[in-house]
Design a protein around this ligand. Structure first.
Ligand SMILES: *[C@@H]1O[C@H](CO)[C@@H](O)[C@H](O)[C@H]1NC(C)=O
Ligand SMILES: *[C@@H]1O[C@H](CO)[C@@H](O)[C@H](O)[C@H]1NC(C)=O
Ligand SMILES: *[C@@H]1O[C@H](CO)[C@@H](O)[C@H](O)[C@H]1NC(C)=O
Length: 370
């Protein structure tokens, strides 16, 4: 063995020892990290899950900076509520209490999705909606028995979900929030108003919407003005409608005015008299709200409900406008978890894949390949 060979041998030995030491340290470090993570128990952020039979109390004293948000979760679009909750949580320092209303066969799926992902530290409560509440109040079309989505009526029963709150936010599941929800929560409500909505005429996003599409921007698009019952309401047909997918409510006022009872009355009347417009393309939850809140609602900043992203109108928004929006709403047929929605990439930033693998985004192959 020459001296040179010995030198190379020693060099290789040193490198091997160095790598072994590095590897060992690295393992040690990662163990330490793992331990740190599992040990860290975020104080004060325990998920507050809710057993239907237990007394309905999120916290004994309504925390002053706690923001109650009510949102629904239906099984076939569960990814929606996940992205919405994540976007709200990531953009606020406030203590948001999510009240997620769902049907009892979705509870386990939802709970595992929340508890096995980064959402486990979110403060939430799962509430069970009994579709039996709607008996006699909605018409079940025998040709399309699934056309009634019971959860869309959950908003009619808002005080049931947050019995101790004076003020609460309701959100559809096809939204994401890009700013601090505290600002939406602070929307002032005029005395005597039980809720604040974004009107369809003065909204920023309405500039882009298709006027001809079923007149879905005034009362005529939602109510059948040929019906005596509707005419007797003396509501001007050209009055701007509002979007009921995002609203702030004063629940004290809601209860004083018996808003839930009033809404139920109009639901039941529609079953008998079919007072909703025949061209009604949107949800059948809108007409009762339009009647009950006619000239009796406050306004939310339109940037807090930038809508129509689920229809062709949404395609016309500029990326700058979408970026500036405080809340994006994919109302319409094309949902961001589906194949052809506009700005699905913006939504997907907030989406957390389902650990059970049961819910999957529908994407084009070209998208998947990227
Ligand atoms: C789910 O709720 C319905 C009615 O609300 C009830 O009939 C049914 O037994 C419930 N199922 C379970 C598994 O709790
Ligand atoms: C809610 O309505 C009640 C009854 O009208 C009123 O006293 C209260 O100030 C309102 N609260 C908010 C936050 O607007
Ligand atoms: C609301 O309901 C209560 C009890 O049913 C009734 O006493 C009250 O007059 C109602 N208020 C309104 C504004 O209809």
């Amino acid at each position: 063995m020459t001296l040179r060979k010995v030198n190379i041998f020693i060099l290789v030995l040193v490198v091997v020892i160095f790598l072994l030491v590095l590897h060992h340290n690295f393992l040690g470090l990662s163990d330490l990290l793992k331990k740190e993570l599992s040990d860290s128990n975020p104080l004060g952020f325990q998920p507050i899950d809710f057993i239907p039979e237990a007394p309905q109390r999120l916290t004994v004293d309504q925390n002053e900076n706690e923001i109650p948000v009510v949102i629904t979760a239906s099984d076939e679009r569960l990814g929606g509520v996940i992205a919405a909750v994540n976007s709200i949580q990531q953009n606020t320092k406030s203590n948001v209490a999510f009240h997620i209303v769902t049907l009892n066969d979705t509870v386990d799926h939802l709970r595992s999705w929340l508890s096995k992902t980064s959402l486990k530290n979110v403060q939430y409560r799962i509430l069970n909606f009994d579709p039996g509440m709607l008996a006699g109040k909605v018409q079940i079309d025998s040709k399309m028995p699934d056309s009634i989505k019971p959860l869309t009526f959950a908003r009619f029963y808002l005080p049931n979900w947050v019995p101790n709150a004076e003020k609460a936010i309701y959100l559809d599941d096809d939204v994401i929030v890009q700013d601090d929800i505290l600002e939406l929560y602070h929307t002032p409500l005029q005395p005597g108003h039980a809720a604040a909505f974004s009107d369809d005429c003065d909204s920023t996003s309405n500039k882009f919407s298709v006027r001809g599409a079923g007149n879905q921007y005034n009362y005529m698009g939602f109510l059948d003005y040929k019906k005596e019952l509707v005419r007797k309401l003396s509501i001007k047909a050209s009055t701007c409608s509002f979007n009921p997918g995002v609203f702030v409510a004063n629940l004290t006022e809601w209860k004083i005015q018996n808003v839930t009872k009033q809404l139920e009355k109009w639901m039941a009347l529609n079953v008998v008299e079919e007072i909703y417009s025949r061209t009604l393309a949107g949800s059948i939850t809108t007409p009762p709200l339009l009647i009950v809140f006619y000239k009796r609602h406050s306004k939310i900043d339109p940037m807090w409900n930038v809508r129509h992203l689920g229809s062709s109108a949404g395609k016309r928004y500029s990326p700058q406008f979408v970026k500036a929006a405080k809340l994006l709403h994919w109302n319409g047929h094309f949902k961001p978890w589906g194949r052809t929605a506009s700005f699905a990439d913006v939504w997907e930033k907030w989406y957390i894949p389902d650990p059970s693998g049961r819910f999957n985004l529908i994407r084009r192959h070209s998208d998947a390949a990227q």
